[in-house]
Design a protein around this ligand. Structure first.
Ligand SMILES: [Zn+2]
Ligand SMILES: [Zn+2]
Length: 261
């Protein structure tokens, strides 16, 4: 069976949490050997629930932080609580933080301040950083250059930029993670960018419950569907799913410091 890793999903989301056990089982049955589950959306309770799920399943890992949409809540109180949660060895990264200039649910300067704090926290806690970036590639590169890349590097999750942006992120040391968007019909520029990342820097993810890949588009997404995105990525890169899957699993293990699988 093709080895898989879902390097970005939200198992504590209200759409997934009630069935987390069954969803993890279906993922395992599809070949998923590592689930990287991100809190960050909404309040600190999402982060706490994410860590609790990761503590229950040996192949589920947690990421804690404040989503750019919620950047206005990224105050020192929340950061104290994130530090507490990150004492758990199950917390393998900080995030998702970043910039979303598409939705602009928080003003730019608020998102930028939160991003800087997350970069500092990742360095302080010696964890990689998980970045969300939507229509803000150039500004993100600028801020990371100024603030410095955390020593354990990081990932641009659900990458939606072009090949030029991909190369800039790669030069900073980021991994690039592709989501189900890669399978959508109008994703031409993204498919070009998928060729820009070398084998040892590519990841795949579902971003479940969002962004189900074709042919599941419109449904609630779940980690088992990562197989579909991997297949499309492998075809684009002239590889086969088995080889690329093993490579992605190895990359995820290296970046997040996962236990051997
Ligand atoms: Zn995101
Ligand atoms: Zn996400």
């Amino acid at each position: 069976m093709t080895p898989l890793a879902d390097t970005h999903c939200h198992l504590a989301d209200p759409k997934l949490r009630p069935d987390a056990g069954a969803i993890i089982e279906r993922g395992r049955a599809a070949g998923v050997r590592a689930f990287v589950s991100v809190g960050a959306i909404g309040s600190i309770e999402t982060d706490a629930a994410t860590v609790a799920i990761a503590e229950r399943y040996p192949d589920v890992y947690a990421v804690v932080g404040v989503h750019p949409h919620d950047a206005a809540t990224a105050d020192s109180h929340r950061f104290d609580r994130l530090r507490d949660l990150a004492r758990s060895a199950r917390v393998v990264a900080i995030g998702e933080s970043g910039l979303d200039f598409h939705y602009l649910h928080a003003p730019r300067e608020v998102q930028e301040a939160s991003l800087r704090r997350h970069l500092e926290l990742a360095a302080e806690l010696d964890r990689p950083i998980v970045i969300h970036c939507r229509e803000a590639e150039a500004r993100l590169v600028e801020i990371v250059r100024e603030a410095g890349m955390p020593p354990r590097a990081g990932v641009i999750h659900c990458f939606t930029g072009d090949a030029v942006a991909a190369r800039e992120f790669l030069a900073l040391g980021f991994y690039i993670s592709f989501s189900g968007i890669l399978t959508f019909k109008n994703a031409g520029a993204l498919r070009e960018a998928a060729l820009a990342a070398p084998d040892d820097r590519v990841l795949v993810e579902t971003d479940a419950p969002y962004l189900a890949p074709e042919p599941y588009r419109g449904r609630v997404n779940e980690p088992a569907y990562v197989a579909r995105t991997l297949e499309v990525l492998a075809r684009l890169r002239g590889s086969d799913p088995e080889t690329l899957g093993a490579c992605v699993l190895e990359n995820a293990s290296r970046l997040f410091g996962l236990a051997p699988v």
